[in-house]
Design a protein around this ligand. Structure first.
Ligand code: SAM
Length: 248
């Protein structure tokens, strides 16, 4: 059988593409892409002329069977998504699972990933972290998800789209508390790259006040519930206990 290459592509800057990724994409029989129209200019820019087939959220089930058949027939296939690492908030899970179940070798060709790029410059603890991907689009569901994460001590990483970033930051401020440190990493590797790190109360206000900060693609990195938060809680309880004693 052939080999399934899972190949990371850039998240913005066209040159964040490894030599091995480019060579792999040139040498396989076919590239399974999330959106062939989206990927074509990037591939052309790097002189990759390999035929493309579509493998997206809506046809993944059917496309998987066809791709696995090709792999079993000896073709090598590369999987790419619109940006960054396939399967990371992107299609591909079903294909990789089916390929592995069929005994096909799956080889990663690692590269850009927005979550890791954001974490690498956030200046928040990076020894342990949780990738949460996209939050629910509706506020009630989003808040209840955030509630479940409020006590998480590890650094949290979220993806967010431009039209919801302000709302999500406001919900985070309300649920996690305004003092919690957060970093908004926007348009990484692109012309308008900005990385803002502030307590959630300030970050949420700044993004509302400056609509430019809502444009483009965003990663939100939030500090886990830290010892300061615990210390404040303990201090609050201590003060409350004293007051209860003192008050009539
Ligand atoms: N597979 C991709 C990866 O490895 O990062 C993620 C794909 S997901 C559909 C798209 C989301 O990733 C965007 O909504 C944004 O949250 C984040 N993202 C992708 N590129 C980004 C960039 N250049 N700067 C900031 N965030 C980005």
């Amino acid at each position: 059988p052939g080999c399934l290459w899972v190949v990371a592509t850039p998240i913005g800057h066209r040159d964040d593409f490894s030599v091995r990724a480019i060579e792999t994409l040139r040498s396989v029989s076919v590239i399974a892409a999330e959106d062939t129209r989206h990927s074509r200019p990037l591939l052309q820019h790097h002189n990759i002329a390999t035929p493309l087939i579509a493998l997206h959220e809506h046809n993944e089930r059917d496309a998987v069977d066809a791709v696995v058949r090709r792999l079993l027939n000896g073709d090598s296939v590369a999987l790419i998504s619109d940006a960054g690492t396939p399967l990371i908030s992107d299609p591909g899970f079903r294909l990789v699972r089916a390929a592995r179940a069929a005994g096909i070798r799956c080889v990663p060709v690692p590269g850009a990933c927005a979550a890791i790029a954001a974490l690498s410059v956030a200046g928040l603890p990076s020894d342990r972290f949780v990738f949460e991907g996209f939050l629910p689009p509706k506020s009630a569901a989003r808040r209840s998800r955030l509630q479940e994460l409020a006590g998480e001590p590890r650094t949290l990483i979220f993806y967010e789209s431009s039209h919801r970033v302000a709302e999500s930051l406001a919900d985070m401020r309300d649920v996690f508390g305004g003092e919690r440190e957060a970093v908004l990493a926007r348009e990484l590797t692109k012309l308008f790259e900005t990385v803002l790190g502030e307590p959630l109360i300030e970050l949420a206000a700044r993004v509302v006040a400056d609509p430019d900060q809502q444009r483009g693609e965003h990663v939100i990195v939030v500090a886990g519930r830290g010892e300061e938060a615990d210390a404040k809680l303990v201090e609050g309880r201590r003060v409350f206990a004293i007051l209860r004693e003192e008050l009539p």
